[in-house]
Design a protein around this ligand. Sequence first.
Ligand code: PLP
Length: 405
Amino acid sequence: MSTTKKQPSDLACLGGRPLFAEKLYVGRPNLCARDKLHKALDQIFDNRWLTNDGPFLRRFEETLQEFLGVRHVVAVCNATIGLQMVYRALGRARPARRKALMPAFTFIATAHAWEWEGGTPVFCDVDPDRHLLAPDGAESKLDDEAALIVGVHTWGQPCRIEELEALARARQIPLVFDSAHAFSNFHGSRRIGGFGAAEVFSFHATKFFNTFEGGAITTNDDGLAAELRHMRNFGFAGYDQVARLGTNGKMQEISAAMGLCLLDELDGLLETNRRNYRAYREAFAGLPGLALLELDDPESLNCQYVVGTLAPEAPAFARDLLVDVLWAENVLARKYFHPGCHRAAPYAGREPAPALPVTDDLCRRVVVFPTGTAVSPDQIRPIAETVRFVMEHADDVQRRRETRA
Ligand SMILES: Cc1ncc(COP(=O)(O)O)c(C=O)c1O
């Protein structure tokens, strides 16, 4: 049960009762109907086909191809391996070209996958309003060593696709999208998935659509799809024929089954996320010192992230204070993508250090709030009231916490 915070000592971090008895997470796993998955598991046992291009995987890929409106879906064990495969297929074809341009304001896997493939990420800044790769900044970093441009549909909002396409075309290098956040989202009348040379989705447990672990590469390029299918299976092109270097990127049957079962529930999951997004916007309206990221067209997006940004004039300690306060209240808000890829190992300290003022600023000010099926509008209101209380009494709360420590 939640209680309104009227004075600092009501806050759980200062001895009060937590707002919620149970923890509220960003990205608590969505589950399909249990009996459906049980039935699928029975089928998998009857088939005695657990992985390796089985019937569930094939049906999952075909269903996604139709859903996303793309020629090929190559399901994989997770998006990180999917990115590595795409990067290797498209970016390492010319080994002398080691650079991939990408935003620093993204999950670390976008960068690690390229570094893992022997490349060097070149970090670019994002725009302050939508947090997406700024094409102008990327253009200024393009040189003859650039192998790839990587756009990221951060928070599920389509990045500036046409401008990045024009840039990649002019330089004759491939454009890839990390679409980990963007499953089922639209760009205009088309779903994300068919843009650039390839896109990579994550179906990790914390994404609103999950396959336990998993992901999918999408492309309209027949040759690339064939290459990726071999690559996913150790490079095998037949039972005994290894055609190329490969890895083990396969998705298991049970994961594909989970994906098929959850696809049946997609409309409900989307509606829940959109309902929560609306409830957050309403509850946070006019809140001092913190603005919620406004999505361009929420009805065309999965709304799986509710992103707040503290005002630029907020004191330097305010974001971390807010997150600490919320955690004590069992509201497990997150500081994505602090500190920015460029300040994380192994990239931090590399010369020349990129100047990324917007990324640095966002990394200090962004807070992501719990949403999804485990959060209801009734819980969002007290979260907003607590945020309001902290923003209005930040200095006092900070002082009292320091005194208690
Ligand atoms: C932007 C982005 N890229 C890549 C990944 C990696 O996805 P996976 O966990 O499926 O490897 C994530 C995961 O959260 C992500 O947010």
